[in-house]
Design a protein around this ligand. Sequence first.
Ligand code: ADP
Ligand code: AMP
Length: 215
Amino acid sequence: MRIILLGAPGTGKGTQGKFIAEKHKIPQISTGDMLRESIDLKNKIGITIKNVIEEGKLVSDDIVCNLIKERIRKKDCINGFLLDGFPRTVKQAFCLSKNKIKIDYVLEFIMPHQSILERISGRRIHLQSGRIYHVKFSPPKNKDKDDITGEPLIQRKDDKLESIKNRLEEYKKTHHLLVKHYIYEKKIGNVKYFQIDAMNELSLIKEKIDMILEK
Ligand code: ADP
Ligand code: AMP
């Protein structure tokens, strides 16, 4: 089961990705998480991309493609994987096909951009585990504390208004061609492609995805 989740930032890919990965016992591979980890580790990639991420711009295709190629070679991907936040450009999509990485499902999360702002500005995360909360839609049991460890939740640096605007602008520039690419791939029978109404409640989206992946 090799799955791609497409969609603007804040549409719920990470949240649903966790459910899918758990149910199908495949790793959830988020380029955003991998890049944030590099920043925390202050390694070469981390130092190069820190400002790009905080401003909400896209990291170069070469950096993310190399990260993904290496990650997918690992043993835990043998029965499949879920890509969350990759590809974001057609060049990144071609990086998969050029490396003979076949994809079974592409799920595109769709939501009006006005609602995305509320989703992202209320997002809080537990950095160590990647658990995702929302102050209104998915609050932790205790304010600003992770449900499992009790450790503090944080707001991502790029979840501030100015960065969010840039991230949505970046998304608008690239997503149209990317979707066109996968609609073509669907037409020629290379992938199964579905659109998900990301405005629905968490549980409803989860059910819809379960149904799609059981087909
Ligand atoms: P993405 O991975 O696409 O950037 P996230 O999964 O991090 O998005 O979700 C963004 C925010 O919206 C999080 O705070 C999350 O708790 C919340 N969220 C996700 N899905 C829903 C939903 N269906 N309804 C309400 N809030 C949601
Ligand atoms: P995300 O966690 O998916 O919201 O990604 C956070 C940030 O990481 C984005 O705003 C980009 O700066 C960077 N990023 C993540 N994935 C990619 C990608 N596939 N291509 C380019 N930049 C990416």
